[in-house]
Write a protein that binds this ligand. Structure first.
Ligand SMILES: [Zn+2]
Length: 423
């Protein structure tokens, strides 16, 4: 049962750049009721629902983290050496659907414990030797029903790519060629329960040199058809795009978000700004691949200056969101943007208020009355030290329910129990 939670004596980072010191936040059911000084005991006593008062002891309350680009089935890559990717990925195609499903479930809990309350899941697992297994829609539904614990999942279902395009043969890809078939592929994903659409504009890094990230895949007509179809059904569409030409083509085609843009130039970033398109740079991937790739690829990435593109995007007001891609954590991606020179406040918004906009979640990412109560209680101020603050994560509240209570909190540590509030 979800009741009322009264947080007292907290500093609030609201997800839009605002900070309020020493105040109270009241959560009622799954929503935030009030933000501001309250005679909390009085109002709580008057309320009929179950009440828990949590003294924040001057800690920091912020919106739950939103990971704009995730692959819950692929976190195993974290421990795979760079020179083993291809063989490891190919080998994984022989893993059973059960293995993939269990790993996705485990990784969902892993991220929830890091303070991630929403992930946009953009593809996976692979198609097992020619047959569709399960998709991120199934993971979403299992979490939503309370059968397993995890962040809310915004699911893309299968990725749409050209025949033999990026993502094949590892990810769950729907191959489609020509505008009509792309349109049909979008319809199939929506029929299958997708919340958003992911489409591949270019080749990628993972299958180098078989494919090179500067190869454009989908044509303007194909991307336009996909964007139009998603738009007609009021769904957002995002694209994996590496090259500058692909970034600009995708913006012209009406795609809502560009993922990666590792090889973009200033022109591509300006196109995003002019087109009102958002950007999820997955910077940690670019950073790592520039250090762990064959020399030619490393040189290509290094010379492209992704770091400067990210800074230009921020400068031009492009909404820049935090996305981890396969192997990294939200904290690691935030730290990378910080190293790039993005202000810490903008970085945090990229994982909260801005991320919510990118993912189309009007109810989330912000601490304000009426918003969904996805909240983190941190011992120290993340604006003054991201890592130390997240290492001092005390509580994770998802839709008004305390789902993670660390041993730092006053609340006794209990095993994580999905859909069972701590009482
Ligand atoms: Zn990805």
């Amino acid at each position: 049962m979800i009741g009322r939670i009264v947080f007292t004596n907290v500093n609030v980072i609201d997800g839009t750049g605002g900070v309020t010191h020493t105040t109270d936040v009241i959560v009622n059911g799954s929503s935030i009721e009030t933000v501001g000084p309250s005679n909390s005991a009085g109002s709580a006593d008057a309320a009929p629902a179950v009440v828990r008062t949590i003294d924040g002891h001057g800690g920091w309350l912020m919106p739950g983290l939103i990971n704009c680009h995730d692959h819950l089935c692929n976190k195993w890559l974290r421990t795979t050496p760079a020179n083993d990717y291809q063989s490891a990925r190919l080998q994984r195609r022989h893993s059973s659907p059960g293995t993939h499903a269990l790993e996705a479930a485990g990784n969902a809990v892993w991220e929830l414990c890091q303070g991630v309350t929403t992930v946009r899941e953009l593809g996976g697992p692979g198609i097992a030797i020619g047959q569709e297994m399960f998709t991120n829609v199934d993971v979403r539904d299992a979490i939503e029903s309370g059968r397993i614990a995890g962040p809310r999942v915004i699911a893309s279902r299968l990725i749409i790519a050209m025949t033999g395009g990026h993502g094949t043969p590892w990810y769950g890809v729907r191959e489609a060629d020509g505008p009509d078939e792309v349109r049909q592929a979008v319809r199939e994903q929506l029929k299958g329960g997708a919340d958003c659409i992911k489409i591949m504009s270019t080749a990628g890094l993972a299958n180098y040199p078989h494919e090179s990230p500067d190869t454009d895949e989908y044509t303007f007509e194909e991307l336009s058809a996909g964007a139009d179809e998603a738009y007609r059904f009021n769904k957002l569409i995002t694209t994996h795009a590496m090259s500058d030409s692909a970034v600009r083509r995708a913006v012209r085609a009406g795609i809502d978000t560009i993922e990666h843009a590792f090889l973009a130039t200033t022109k591509g970033i300006e196109a995003m700004a002019d087109g009102g398109v958002s950007f999820v740079p997955t910077a940690r991937v670019a950073w790592r691949m520039a250090r762990n790739s064959p020399p030619a690829l490393a040189e290509l990435l290094e010379s492209a200056g992704h770091r400067y593109r990210v800074l230009e995007a921020v400068e031009l007001g492009v909404p820049v969101g935090i996305g981890t891609d396969s192997r990294f954590t939200v904290l690691e991606e935030m730290e990378t943007l910080l190293e790039y020179g993005v202000p810490v406040d903008t970085v945090l918004q990229g994982a909260t208020g801005i991320a919510a906009r990118i993912c189309g979640l009007a109810d989330s990412g912000v601490i304000a009355p009426g918003k969904r109560a996805d909240l983190l209680l941190l011992r120290t101020n993340p604006l003054q030290g991201l890592r130390s603050a997240f290492e001092g994560l005390e509580l994770v509240v998802k839709a008004g329910e305390i789902v993670v209570a660390s041993d730092l909190s006053d609340i006794p540590l209990r095993p994580l129990r999905p859909s069972a509030p701590l009482t």
